[in-house]
Design a protein around this ligand. Sequence first.
Ligand SMILES: NC(=O)c1ccc[n+]([C@@H]2O[C@H](COP(=O)([O-])OP(=O)(O)OC[C@H]3O[C@@H](n4cnc5c(N)ncnc54)[C@H](OP(=O)(O)O)[C@@H]3O)[C@@H](O)[C@H]2O)c1
Length: 239
Amino acid sequence: MIVLGGGSDIGIAIAAELVARGAETVVLAGRNHEQMREQALEAGIGVRIETVDFDARYPENHVGTIEEAFTLAGDTQAVVVAFGVLGDTASYEANPALAGGAAVTNFAGAVSASLAATRALARQPRSGALIVLSSVAAVRPRANYVYGSTKAGLDFFARGLAASVKRRGVRVLVVRPGFVETKMTRGVRGKLVGTTPDRVAHDIAEALEGRSTVCWSPGILRWLSIPLRIAPDFLARRL
Ligand SMILES: NC(=O)c1ccc[n+]([C@@H]2O[C@H](COP(=O)([O-])OP(=O)(O)OC[C@H]3O[C@@H](n4cnc5c(N)ncnc54)[C@H](OP(=O)(O)O)[C@@H]3O)[C@@H](O)[C@H]2O)c1
């Protein structure tokens, strides 16, 4: 299996879960090889681990990176799109270039990497799955609207991709976690519907057994997202 954003806490937890379910090689694609490898070992991943260079901000390199990752991984059951930046709205409003950079990483980079990955998955005799980390932040614009809008774009794209590549035997799973305790959310106040990387990984593995395109984690968000989507603004803020 391949993790794009191989130092992601959620990405590593998914790799550990899929190794426990039979994956034999983990290819971590990212910017800091040593850190990715250390995280994988800390998570108890005991199979062959490879690392490749990947930077989401350079879509022109993504086809090459994905090809390299598939060569190292061999038969690949899953590719996880796990990279992303959160940032905060005050910094984005003070520095528009920073907001543009986040949009390039979270959306443009994820679009090109996902297309390259599904093309490679479709070539395999047993295809496989693309797992895309969207977010509950994609449901409705909230205080972190810059981040949320990158995830909404990605979510829209990934659901369209799912329908398009299905006939080529490739499964796309769009994952919408709530608040997950990771490096990304360190220092951010915990929210009511929180979860852990291991729990998200477990929910994803379970969802892969079924046929759904969207996986909420925790599952209760599937229902909580309905009032969140339709409530008037003053109520949605409280939710
Ligand atoms: N944590 C949450 O509450 C939560 C909730 C919903 C969705 N998500 C989504 O889940 C995914 C994983 O998040 P996480 O919580 O596991 O965060 P994390 O542990 O902070 O991991 C984020 C990863 O993205 C990588 N990354 C950032 N910019 C990159 C770039 N330009 N090129 C390549 N890699 C880059 C980082 O690598 P470097 O070390 O090189 O920066 C890091 O490994 C993200 O897409 C996030 O938006 C998270």
